[in-house]
Write a protein that binds this ligand. Structure first.
Ligand SMILES: Nc1nc2c(ncn2[C@@H]2O[C@H](COP(=O)(O)OP(=O)(O)OP(=O)(O)O)[C@@H](O)[C@H]2O)c(=O)[nH]1
Length: 372
């Protein structure tokens, strides 16, 4: 895993996901009418799924239409890579207007992870597009039932940077608050906004990525939001090893009802006071992504590495790590490594202990040389 510098000029990309009928299209429709959205390219699965016809001005090609809001709308027909590449090629040739943001709407039953993987790893796409935010709509009326019965709905909430609680007008306050509490436990760092018929300011949904275009800098604190995990937490000390300063905060875990899909989900932050060897982290990441990739729903972190003055940001969804980004400087005086996890059937202890031991082994080898 080579550390790279984030390329700041790439097109910000937002993924809107959420269960069937949870209000994705309603949200998209409302967003596209807002000022400042005219340079947005929208990728949807099928034109038939979306009620944007009344906005249609002209068709540019079979798949790409220009909406009268100025947005470009494109049907990806299941092929995200070619859809995004096409948009880029057409823009370069001047066949479609310039765009500075892409919104991708997933199907309601989709597991969002493969889409995020594509955006994180496809060699061409990663040079042109950067994942800015994952926005998940959760229906306040049916959301609890969907979390109970559909694992993809749990995943959609777990990978979100922003959660929109839709149809709160129909669900009532108590029901909505109970669901919001459950979602917060599942994903403590994602702000939860109640929305009525998709009515929310677009800027609340964007700029959730590591790169903040408003300041033209990396905003680690805003991106990581590790403090969100702390106030749920209890400190867990490991008495078996001499690393009492390393600690972790449990965001939440349920153990009372094994039939609820989100009872298998845990969110926590692991902190290391002392610098970590990059080789140890890479080995750890390789082992866990290969052996337990399905369990790592989302991982974000900032690492203090041995022999490096500046931190490195890491980001993974399941078995795929985003290229790690070298940051120009520490965002504050707190130079500890912090990694936040949302996991499925995987607790913090094994993660922390394995990383600790790998780090100790690499440190020992570095100190004593490789054994004969
Ligand atoms: N009362 C109320 N209805 C809403 C709200 N948001 C969406 N709806 C309605 O819910 C229904 C489904 O909304 P869509 O936007 O089509 O949902 P979707 O997630 O795009 O649906 P799929 O593409 O089928 O997955 C529509 O009839 C919307 O008008 C809301 O906040 N309040």
């Amino acid at each position: 895993m080579a550390i790279s510098n984030e390329q700041v000029e790439r097109v910000a990309t937002t993924v809107i996901t959420g269960f069937l009928g949870s209000g994705k299209t309603t949200l998209l429709n409302a967003l596209l009418t807002q000022d400042g959205m005219d340079k947005t390219a929208v990728l949807i699965n099928e034109f038939g799924d979306i009620g944007l016809d009344h906005l249609l001005v002209r068709e540019i090609s079979e798949d790409v239409v220009l909406l009268n809001s100025g947005c470009i709308c494109c049907s990806v027909r299941g092929d995200l890579i070619s859809g995004l590449r096409d948009l880029f090629v057409k823009r370069t040739r001047g066949e479609i207007p310039q765009f500075d943001r892409v919104i991708i709407e997933t199907t309601g039953l989709a597991d969002p992870a493969p889409i995020l993987h594509t955006l994180m790893t496809d060699p061409l796409l990663t040079t042109k597009f950067r994942l800015d935010s994952v926005v998940t709509t959760v229906d306040a009326v049916n959301g609890a039932h969907q979390l109970d019965h559909h694992p993809e709905s749990v995943k959609q909430a777990a990978v979100a940077d922003r959660i929109l609680l839709t149809k709160a007008d129909l669900a009532g306050e108590t029901h909505s608050n109970t669901l919001a509490t459950r979602l917060r436990a599942l994903n403590p760092a994602a702000p939860i906004y109640p929305v009525h018929n998709g009515d929310i300011a677009a800027d609340k949904l964007f700029n959730a990525g590591l790169y903040d275009p408003t300041t033209k800098s990396m905003d680690v604190q805003k991106w990581l939001r590790d403090e969100a995990y702390d106030h749920h937490g209890e400190e867990v000390h490991d008495h078996t090893h001499d690393h009492k300063h390393d600690h972790e905060h449990h965001g939440h875990s349920h153990a009372n009802d094994v039939n609820r899909h989100d009872d298998h989900i845990q969110s926590f932050c692991i902190t290391f006071d002392d610098p970590i060897h990059w080789d140890a982290f890479v080995t750890w990441a390789e082992i866990f992504t290969q052996m337990r990739g399905e369990s790592l729903l989302r991982v974000k972190g900032i690492l203090n590495l041995v022999s490096e003055n500046a931190p490195v940001a890491i980001h993974a969804v399941q078995h795929i790590f985003h290229p790690p980004a070298s940051l120009p400087a520490w965002p504050s005086d707190d130079h500890r490594s912090k990694i936040v996890f949302i996991t499925k059937d995987l607790g913090p202890q094994i993660i922390r202990e394995s990383l600790y031991h790998l780090n100790a082994a690499v440190a020992e080898t570095a100190e004593n040389g490789t054994p004969d």
